[in-house]
Write a protein of this length. Sequence first.
Lengths: 234, 800
Amino acid sequence: MDNLKNQTLIQLNRVSKTFTVASGQFKALNDVSLAIPKGKLIAITGKSGSGKSTLLNIISGIDKPTEGTVSINGIHVEKLSESELASWRGKNIGVVFQFFQLLPTLTILENVMLPMDFCDSYPKKERKERALALLERVNIKEQADKFPSTLSGGQQQRAAIARALANDPPVIIADEPTGNLDSHTATAIFELFSSLAQSGKTVIIVTHEKDFASYFEDMIAISDGRIVNELVNA
Amino acid sequence: MKTRYWKVIRDLTSDYSKNLMLVLAIALGVFGIGSILGGYAVVNREMTSNYMSTTPASLTIEVEDGITTGLLDSVRKFPGIKVAERRATVGGRMKVDDRWYPILLFVMDDFNQLTLNKFHHLSGAADPAEGTMLIERTSPSVMDAYEGDKIIIRTPNGEPQSISIIGTVHDPGLPPAWQEQAGYAYISMATLKELGETQDFDLLRIQVSENENSREHLTKQAEVLSDWLTKNGHTVHEIQIPPIGMHPHQSQMNAVLSIFTVFSFMILILGSILVATSMATLMVKQVRQIGVMKTIGGTSFQVAKLYLFMMLVLCVVALAISIPLSRLVAAIFYSQIATLLNLEITDNSIPLWVPLIQISSGIVIPFIAAAVPVIRGSRISVRKALDNYGVENKNRTGSWFSRLISKFDFLSDTYRLSLRNAFRQRARLILTLGLLAAGGAMFMTALNVSEAWDKNLKRIYVQRLYDQDVKLNDRINSDSLVNRISTMDGVKVAEGWDYSATSEVKESDYEITRTYPDKGHGSFVMQALPLPTQLLNPTITEGRWLNTPGSNEVVLNQMARNERTKLGDMIALTIEGKPSLWKIIGFTEDVGSSATAYVSLETFSKINNTQGKVKMLRVAYHDRSRDFASVKSKELDGLLEQQKISVSSITPVWLLHNAVAAHMKVLVNSLLAMAILMALVGTLGLMSTVSMNVLERTREIGVMRAIGATPVKIRNLIVWEGLTVGVISIVIAFVISLLLSWYMGEFIGHISFRTPLTLTISALAIAIWIVIVLVGSYVATIFPARRSNVVTTREALAYE
């Protein structure tokens, strides 16, 4: 496992991202270089507007860098088209949002099955079984046939994590996943992320929650679009 | 089913009202197309089959001196003749409610051996004995008499006699009696004799044995036969070759139905614009979900397919509702047209191509319309989709429009904000305005055309300064009679005129007309009037009116004019079958007349050798009301009776007005029905746009409420926005309606009168449309306004 952990999974090389806003150009990321190994639980921290969400978006392929390269598992993400990116992301990146973002008209089970459907990643007959197994793993199997609106915030976030795991991606990224949850539920969610990292997934979380610092193996501090610390355990 | 499609199904079932509106938008167009095309298909087929079921004669030769059985046998053996029959048609009068109305008496040789221009026996006796008659099924509407009743008939040379109606027939070759304001009856020659007529059969109805669809061949065959008849001592009066295989109203009906088809496709296109705006709303609402789906692996193509599948489901539901409904309405439509054309629908099946067109247009057009918002929505980048907070926060404060509005200090802050909001999404605003304006324009056009039609009909009274038209069977010395009539109480002016059926003499030695067997459709008449006349106020379109008694000048009305004729041309026209040469000095535009050539009575009488005699009387009363004309009609009839003058018909002008009005009643009513559909689609469009605008601004509304805006303020803001759009659309609709009304007036005027209808602006139409739009805008906005107030400020602020 340690050997595995030392392999670099995510490599950002001199990445910058500039946005055009009403007042002119805004550099959200400025010459960021970064290497994240496999199987780690890493936090990205920083003040509001520091560029942490942009960094996460660049890693997940949601956004493309203005300059620099992003290599994940050997794939140069910035070179992929929108369509290729969607497929690639579905198979390689599991995304967990602050507001869960479950599709309201699908049941929890169907929400988890949806990424498999889009990516055609598992045989049709196995998808339901796999989705149920994932829901069991996040302890909400009994909620499988319910609609998101009937679940608590914590349960919805567990469902969102199950959905992120649907295609068994090597990377899970989460943007303030506990920002909308009480501390008790947040602890349970962090434990879940921790267990995922232990099972070999690389988990990157944007968070403000200093109380959960103990869960992270490493932390990337970002300010004004620049990384202001070094990864200690990289 | 794939998981993703469950989302589509549930999305569809979770927002009933919105989706119902989309379904309705598509369904209205498909419904319109199906109703019109379905009706059209059946009418077109039945019109031809009904008319052909009568086995219409290819041609009719009018022989002056009677057709004996021997002559008929010889004609039957004549080369190129397949079938020949002899008939006679006599114009008589019938007494209804103590008043005389025209009746056409069709005299048959043998009721059991009908082979040409057949009618279908419906009830009662099939072979009327002497002193009895059969009537056409539409006749009771003007006769006020039915099978088993008796009716008083008077023929040109006979005394009034009571004839029993013993059977009813359907004659698809004739327009309905109520439309022509005349009765139709079928009698034997013995009955005609009993009625006091001495004439024999004078019409040879003929079907040729070959090339029956070639007008050239028919003309040639008629001429050859006429030559033979002449050589054998008979006088050929006229050859009638009506348009081949065409019902008398076929071309008008095709034109009318084609314009309706265009209207219904326009409804579908407008409905599709509505679908496009509604789909754009849906995509706005779903933008976050699209972002999520793309985040978890959905490609733009997969996402687009989902929403197109949604469209497909909506289209299928719309088709499932609209196709059966359109078939019901098509049935009403073709039944109405069938009544108008006196058709019997024998096969009411709507051909397969109608639902096929509905299906293809009901799917393809909305798909094309929805494709733009769907593709744009599906291609949105994940970050943009996830960052979406509703309406784009583009900086528009600097735009000239916003600056202009800022200067309108006299407007309240709320209204100024509503104005800015209305113009915020300009592409959408243009679509909504287009939809509402098109709906309004067509609505106003329908009413404008309807009013123009009425106005044009009223020109009948403006052009005809007489109130009663009296046609006589024989020419009489006019002076004393006209003087006598002139002194009758209430009579303003009386004049003696003359007339003759006419035709343009071409290479043929015979008078060849396009007249149908009812002697009305396709006829061409020469009217000879004393100059100057006080009883005609012609609308001159070119040249001048007649002013020189005794000259060989002729004025043709628009029905008699063809593309080649021009001022100064010489034209050879027949008078009582004899050719005469005339110089064209003017053209008129008559309302409600068949093809007419106006000439000087003096010249006419001279050519016809009937100086001092007239065959027509025209009388004007001081009181132009219908009731007065009716009273006077009886008095006039009594006077003529006293003078032993045989009257062919006494036609009040109001009867002519009613007959012309009846011809286009269905067209005008159908136009109004179309207009209502358009109004509905337009209002739905406004509702869709405003609710989309409100939906996009849910968060913004939350902010406004958080900083103190009351629910009433918010509601007013939204309602004013809808009303602003509505008012702008009214102005645009009015301008478009002027152009459309002009075009439709030209079109309908030409197919009915060969002259455009006067452009008319209906104040009622404008008023109704203003009310529809304002009420519609209010209703369309009050729901989203209420909805925005039902959402709590916290929910609105958290809205994604």
